[in-house]
Design a protein around this ligand. Structure first.
Ligand code: AHM
Ligand code: MG
Length: 337
């Protein structure tokens, strides 16, 4: 048993102490994200009861409309974050435009970027889903957040992380390369995130696991196909070769990769020439977590953290996980970029 119980609040305060001069605003922002995560977690855990309590879009027994969970998660995050004076704006995978902070609230120096409920098509089949978030500093003058404040390369992120709603709910975050990656598990009986995975490092040597939607093989480039042929080759993968794991829920596939090592890929294909995953809400935040844990994230030719998005919803190919395996992927597909 651990000698002390560390809540996420205490951990954030301890980290703040290591940065004398910190305003405390950033810590307050992280608390609010954790609060939103708890509310979404409670709702996700009720999802299986929807058929009993009422179908989505219908009126439930309390006379309330049953909301889609991704709409609910979007609203929870916006409402938890818009009034505390930390943010100049927000952007979400669910919204085409920047989400402004209402005039009646103070504005702050940070931008919050998030995917409120990634993999939400998996809810109906009880597969783990997640929330992904990223924080940038405001870089343009004036109070109001602008497009330039949002379209920054991932390397400029002040913090990034995700929440996985799985057999337990976990929040994993980093405040950058030097601060490490820390994981907290929600204890529902006391409603607190408790430090359960301090200083996560991607294991080295990694598990021999690759994770990709192989159904798209015929749509991939030849180098991408050759990479997969290499991974499938038992002889080359060592005695037991590689294993394949693909949940189809990014946060879940990444969480496994972070804890066990391996290679996650969402490469370009003929239908999605830039891949499927969004730079700002999916690729860049997970890339920061991955690198801070000793791994790598590449678009096939360069570090994902160096990619400068041109639009709020730009996508990128993604090769994510253990450094040696991302290097291997680049040695195949880098030739096509
Ligand atoms: P979403 O943002 O519409 O939920 O889609 C993202 C999800 C990821 O969680 C996952 O990695 C990917 O889509 C799976 O896509 P595919 O079904 O093409 O393999
Ligand atoms: Mg998503």
């Amino acid at each position: 048993m651990r000698s002390k119980v560390v809540t996420i609040d205490r951990h954030i305060i301890d980290q703040e102490r290591e940065h004398p001069g910190a305003s405390g605003r950033f810590s307050a922002l992280l608390y609010d994200i954790a609060l939103a995560a708890k509310i979404i977690s409670r709702e996700v855990n009720q999802a299986g009861l929807v058929d009993i309590l009422g179908k989505t879009g219908a009126i439930n027994v309390q006379g309330e409309e049953v909301r889609r969970l991704d709409d609910f998660a979007q609203e929870v995050i916006v409402k938890a974050m818009d009034h505390a004076g930390h943010l100049c704006c927000m952007v979400s995978e669910e919204c085409d435009e920047i989400i402004a902070i209402p005039d009646k609230f103070d504005k702050g120096h940070y931008v919050l970027l998030f995917d409120p409920l990634d993999g939400s098509s998996n809810i109906d089949v009880n597969v783990s889903i997640g929330t992904i978030f990223s924080v940038h500093h405001k870089v343009t003058p004036g109070e109001t957040g602008t497009l330039a404040d949002c379209l920054q390369p991932g390397r400029k992120q002040l913090a990034a992380g995700y929440v996985i709603y799985g057999s337990s709910t976990m929040l994993v975050y980093t405040t950058g390369m030097d601060s490490g990656v820390h994981g907290f598990t929600l204890d529902p009986s006391i409603g607190e995130f408790l430090l359960s995975h301090p200083n996560i490092r991607i294991p080295n040597p990694p598990a021999r696991i690759y994770s990709v939607n192989e159904a798209y093989y015929a749509r991939w480039s030849r180098p991408q196909q050759r990479l997969l042929d290499h991974l499938r080759d038992m002889e080359r993968g060592g005695e037991q070769g590689y294993r394949s794991r693909y949940i189809g829920s990014l946060v879940s596939d990444f969480h496994r990769t972070l804890l066990q090592g391996g290679l996650f890929m969402y490469p370009p294909d003929t239908r999605s020439p830039d891949g499927k995953l969004r730079i700002l809400y999916e690729a860049a935040p997970l890339a920061l977590v991955c690198e801070a844990a000793g791994g790598r994230a590449s678009d096939g030719g360069r570090d994902v953290l160096d990619v400068v998005p041109r639009g709020l919803h730009d996508r990128t190919p993604l090769f994510l996980g253990s450094s040696s395996l991302v290097d291997l992927a680049e040695s195949y597909v880098g030739s096509e970029s």
